[in-house]
Design a protein around this ligand. Sequence first.
Ligand SMILES: [Cu+2]
Length: 477
Amino acid sequence: MPHRFMTMNRRQFLQLAGAGAGAMLLPRLAFGGKEQDGFTILEARPGKARLKGRWGPATDIWGYGGTVPGPELRVRQGEEVRVRLVNRLSQPTSIHWHGVRTPNAMDGVPGLTQKAVAPGESFDYVFTPPDAGTFWYHPHIQTYEQVARGLYGILIVEEKEAPAFDRDLTLVIDDWRLRRDGQIDAASFTNMGDWSHGGRYGNWPTVNGRYQPVLPLTPGERVRLRLVNCCNARILSLTLRGQSATIIALDGQPVAPLETGERPIYLAPAQRVDLALDASLPAGSEVSLVEAGQDLPVDLARFRYGEKPSATRAGRAPVSRLADNPLSDRLSLSDAYRIDIALEGGAMGGMRSARYRGKTMSIRELVDNGQVWALNGEVGIGDKPIFDVERGRTVVMTLHNQTAFPHPMHAHGHHFRVIAQNGKPVKGAPWRDTELIFPRDKVSLAFVADNPGKWAFHCHTLEHAQAGMITWFNVQA
Ligand SMILES: [Cu+2]
């Protein structure tokens, strides 16, 4: 049962996900943009963005280089990433390279892998990404606020041998919660109603920092689309209306090409999907990228076919599978380290108490501390890991969602695959770094713990992580 993300029950999805509430290439800083002794400089700083369009008010944001999204970083597989983060914000920050199997010291989790980068200070990130694919970067402290203010960017690791595409286009999807004056609704960052339900949803969708951009397509061309969900909480249900596309990668990892047809693609926060799109409609056609997760369907972007056909249209071969990444596929299930992890808390979750900072607290005390979620009765990152394994051991985590909400669970430093769901074995599931776990579901994720260090494991609904749904595991050196 490959591609579970497409076989989700839509009714269940709608029932459970409820939470209340251009032709633009990205500003491309190739490596070699703003540099300083071999490092690309990423300044986290305030800036302004035209989220409301050219004639609307400019929105005050925080961004890398002052832009939203931040620069699209590109490196070839096997090449080194060298980034100097400079903090020009009023609060500490860091960069986590989501989905990249970096050495532990480069993972960007303050309190676990590095000290937070104080205002005015900098930190050098140096690593060689082992996997080609679509990744992204964002802070890992005060994340629910810093990401909501616009601190995120894309890291693309290009395949050693470029696959055959006429174009490569990244679509960075976000939803902002804007006030009527076009400014970010900062008063709602810490709204406990959002924190204890589905997280903080926005009211203003953007793609590449623009509202409903119109993107040109050349008839006959084959485009690689990289879709990234940078929303704090929104689980996207995406369709390209009237246009089929082929899924070729999930969370950066290649999958057997699969045509979407009219079926929606679910993309939880932090997840990515790569599509091959053959621009096969007649000149002048228009295709909408529609999001219909929880609210009314809304056009995120529109593709408009030009009149002039592509010069490269003739004799297209079928979309072929991308080259596999050097991910360890030697899952050794017979002697795996196994752990059950209960996802607990939240509204209607029935959690009465949990341990927080070494103390057992009632739900009332927890709420007073801004905490409402737990993993195996523990709230937040504690002194001890949730498990500690020798390097190279296969780990099977069985997540049991005992809450009333879905949770996109993200493991750092590793990619995993689903091997069982509700007691039934699952074969051929894709490698992922973030998996959406539905209420009442029991899902087993397996991976080889081959990356030593202290790794965060958390819900990527950023308000849930902040309110306790985060822990860590240790892989021995
Ligand atoms: Cu969650």
